[in-house]
Design a protein around this ligand. Structure first.
Ligand code: PLP
Length: 404
């Protein structure tokens, strides 16, 4: 069923060399690689039917509009979204979160509280800080433990009738922790608070069902799941999207414009001002087709094998510490070696053709929590192999010898 040789053959970049060594790409949590099938869709768009959408009566414009709207339907089906106009195309997760944070200023007042988890990416912290600054609401943090899990007992204590919004990622990009989002959503709803789940890091590993989750907002970036950069979605419940004011003014998002008054277009166009990333949207649909053909069940079990294997091998290295959970998480390993700066390890690994991320992974509060400058993060995708993990382990051993 899971033919790794065939899968790897779909990703042209995996054939290249870096610094004279075969590329070992373990920076999948930052961005995933793109299969030929998705690249072909982008090329086909520009070669054969590049035109602006929703405007022209001409054939090319119609073809482009049809393909773009078909992609919206694929996204709708994938995340089990009830209505296609609940899928708002954005430039990615950051853009989607800012759209909601900006709009929520209309519903938040001084004395209200906004809860955010300690495990967040900066893109799910800063927009809420800006919102609180603007409105006088208070930002409260759901704390984490050294095990890299949220302290849920404290979360439940923090909830009150002052809580308007709760923000949390589905999967932490820095540690791989899978957060108990169903529990968070249900408890927040009991006090009348809305919930935004940042699904950027979950989407490549877990197929979320937004109706079953009963989540108010869910965000995804295509480039983390075999699609292109610069495109993603905001899912929002219809009621919320109707209530939220538009984020940006411009073409496509209006019904009528006079200098006295403008009325806004219906969903989803109200939030889609200007010419979107048309090729990107269509390619996002193709990326979902690709991943679904491989199968999310097969992806999860294969990646879990890689994770177990890598965890075991890495922990055999003297002085190596893994941060956050060791199992029951997405295929992300954040580690350090005692006495060595993560950046130095990353630099040596790069010389060996191995791409990892070093630093705070846009989640500085987590690094502050552990009182470290950062970590080395190796994140695995379904196109990686155990042989590549062996190369990583040998590389880390070599770095340790050279640096200690
Ligand atoms: C990557 C990531 C983001 C940011 O996504 P962009 O595509 O850069 O907007 C936000 N949250 C998490 C958990 C991520 O992994």
């Amino acid at each position: 069923m899971f033919d790794i040789a065939k899968i790897r053959n779909d990703f042209p970049i995996l054939k290249r060399e870096v610094n004279g060594k075969p590329l070992v790409y373990f920076d999948n949590a930052a961005t995933s690689q793109t299969p030929q099938q998705v690249i072909d869709v982008i090329v086909d768009y520009y070669q054969n039917y590049n035109a602006n959408i929703h405007r022209g009566v001409h054939s090319l414009s119609q073809e482009a509009t049809d393909a773009y709207e078909q992609a919206r339907q694929k996204i709708q089906e994938h995340f089990n979204i009830a209505k296609s106009h609940e899928v708002i195309f954005t430039s990615g997760t950051t853009d989607a979160i800012n759209l909601v944070a900006n709009g929520f200023a209309a519903f938040i007042k001084q004395g209200d509280e906004v809860l955010v988890s300690a495990l967040e990416h900066h893109s799910n912290i800063v927009p809420w800080q800006m919102l609180c600054e603007k409105t006088g609401a208070q930002l409260k943090v759901i704390p984490m433990g050294t095990d890299g899990q949220l302290k849920m007992d404290i979360f439940h204590e923090l909830l009150s009738d002052k809580t308007r919004l709760v923000f949390c990622n589905h999967v932490s990009n820095a540690l791989g922790t899978i957060n108990p989002i169903k529990e968070i959503i249900d408890a927040a709803h009991k006090v009348g608070a809305a919930v935004l789940i940042d699904g950027a890091q979950a989407a490549p590993h877990i197929k979320a069902d937004v109706q079953e989750l009963d989540v108010d907002f869910y965000t995804v970036s295509a480039h983390k799941m075999c699609g292109p950069t610069g495109v993603g979605i905001l899912y929002g419940k219809e009621d919320w999207l109707n209530k939220l004011p538009p984020y940006q003014g411009g073409g496509e998002m209006i019904a009528e414009v006079t200098f006295e008054e403008t009325t806004y277009a219906d969903l989803p166009h109200k939030f889609e001002a200007g010419t979107p990333n048309i090729a990107g949207g269509i390619a996002f649909g193709a990326a979902l087709d690709y991943m679904n053909a491989v199968g999310f069940g097969a992806i999860a079990s294969y990646e879990n094998d890689l994770l177990e294997y890598a965890t075991k091998k890495l922990l055999e290295i003297d002085g190596l510490k893994i941060y956050g959970p060791l199992e029951g998480k997405a295929s992300v390993i954040s580690f350090n070696i005692q006495g060595i700066h993560p950046y130095d390890i990353g630099t040596i690994l790069d010389k060996l053709g191995i791409a990892v991320r070093t630093g705070h992974h846009c989640a500085q509060p987590i690094m502050d929590f552990y009182q470290i400058p950062g970590t080395v993060r190796a994140s695995f995708s379904f196109y990686n192999t155990k042989e590549e993990i062996d190369v990583l382990v040998e590389g880390v051993k070599k770095a340790r010898m050279m640096l200690q």
